[in-house]
Ligand binder design. Sequence first.
Ligand code: GDP
Length: 197
Amino acid sequence: MKIKSAEFVMSNSDVAKCPKNNIPEYAFIGRSNVGKSSLINMLTSRKSLAKTSGRPGKTQLINHFLINEEWYLVDLPGYGYAKVSKSAKKTFQKFITQYFALREQLVTGFVLVDIRHKPQPVDLEFMQWLGENGIPFSIIFTKADKLKPKAIENHVEDYKNILLETWEEMPNYFITSSSKDIGKEEVLEYIDSLNAN
Ligand code: GDP
């Protein structure tokens, strides 16, 4: 997919105020610092469409970007940031769960995880919650430039082993690096294929 246009539409913390039209949307979420903003900028070939986080945990908003006047890329807040207060975490959980549970335009979610780390409870719990609620999602492994191919394979295998304990299939997954421009076409082609359905 060629990105012809990418424009910011709106930010808010209330799913009821998200765009009301029926444009299909794709939501990106992951732990703070996972590389979400960098990935969004890579996918859209824009240097700073999503603000790379100087202060993780700060932007607790649902951000809609319109791509090619055809689909929304939705940038959701990073989760699991230690310095956010308990009450902020609760508010966050509430609007994120509301977003995923209520947003009918959502085609699929992309859960970002840093390929360097072993599967983390906070990510696994979130994937489990999506699965239990029948919300489709793919996994995007980020920062693949940081590991050798064999280590990448092993880390993906760790996820497979854990997820296949409870599920029949491993979700779709993508190996990406925003620094090395890896995985961009695969993710965009996947979105394209879903848009065509
Ligand atoms: P966000 O908080 O999830 O939006 O993460 P950012 O995109 O702001 O990135 C967090 C940090 O990871 C920054 O220091 C980035 O430079 C770095 N980073 C992001 N993507 C990559 C990547 O693909 N490779 C490497 N090596 N570093 C990355």
